[in-house]
Ligand binder design. Sequence first.
Ligand SMILES: [Zn+2]
Length: 456
Amino acid sequence: MIEPDERTKIYSTLDTRFEDFVTILSDYLRVPTISAHGAKFQEGAEATKKVLEAIGADVRLVPEEGGPPVVIGEVEEDPTLPWVILYNHYDVQPVDPLDEWRSDPFDPVIRDGKLYARGAADTKGNTVAQALAVQAIRDVAGRLPVNVRFFVDGEEESGSPHLLPFAEDHPDLFRGLGATIEAAAHTREGKPSLSLGSKGILSVELEVRTSAVDQHSSLATVIPNAAWRLIAALRSLRSERGRILIDGFLDGVPPPDPGMLRYLRRNTADPIAYKEDYGAREIYGGKTRYARIKQATYGTTCTIDGIWSGYTGAGHKTVNPAVAHAKLDFRLLPGQRPDAIFDLLVAHLRTKGFSDVKVEKHSVFEPAASAISERLPQAILAATREVYGTEPNVFPWSYGSSTTWYFTRMGTPAPHPPGVGYQGSRAHAPNEQIRLDDARRAMKVAAGMLMALEHS
Ligand SMILES: [Zn+2]
């Protein structure tokens, strides 16, 4: 039983230890664990182990066939207590374009109350915040009200391509009364968020070849151009304003849940803020905040992540390229299956006369969502009220994708609690950052969430 004065002490302990958060996180961020480059896996796993061992967790690096080790850090207070899983990842996204960073992405610095480094928000900051929350409860109250398992993945940013066989081999690691998946971001105004799941994703690469070798561009009178061919194929996939034109694309997606739409109406987040955050010239969705947030939440995407062909270097080379490539990703809603969407994409290209366009599947995450009535989301709501004195912005799922489904498929509800990041954190982009005030409160919400599970 955690007494009221102990609760107060736990929160004040987290305040007094906030410098530790900054120091521990900064050391952790200096390890450049870019999974897309296969870099620093062992160092990343060891650095994660160090963070978790420092709070008294029992840590092991569990090998993953073909991939980096998964770091499992357990605090088992009592075998009869339920387990709560805290999922994060120790890998990060590539840092390019490097020249847009104001400081070295792997040398964390604090400017104006914000900590800048690759991985600060996504998602090393969350691992450290949750670790310190666990430590504070144990130091003050003696023990946690639940058992806690940190589950730290090494290649989430590459789509966790080896996690499914790992999950088949280690089903118990995914079972618990709930799992938090990374974390949701604060608004610019500092309001926290709770997402009950995540969108799915299918990533593919397209290649079209119109000849064996490049030619002098004068021959374009008679030899087809691979780049134009690819553009024609891409234009068949999506309308100018983002509607996906693949037959059957939205099959299986239920209409929005009325209860969730009510949460979205009360939600204060507004995608219009991306104008400032990203310098975006236009925001789709409509004239009202509700229309825009509905579009961001219930919208699906077909995005050109990268496209290349011919000569793109300095000066000019007049060439008719033989080959053209594009990397695409589709963000998917619960009800869609990435593998089925891949088949629809291949069939679409064939029926539209683009059977010469080769499609290669890169990575997938299944979409997934949990009910708000589950114990863990309810504990997060209670903790948010206690720490912020307000309700969080509730989303049925996050706009991005993660490993949520690996937990929900085992019957483990898997929400995304308020975390250290905010709407302007620039995850995956140059100058990734967290605001220290958000981080301070995210630590307290993590502690409050665990404490709220005591009597639930
Ligand atoms: Zn990420």
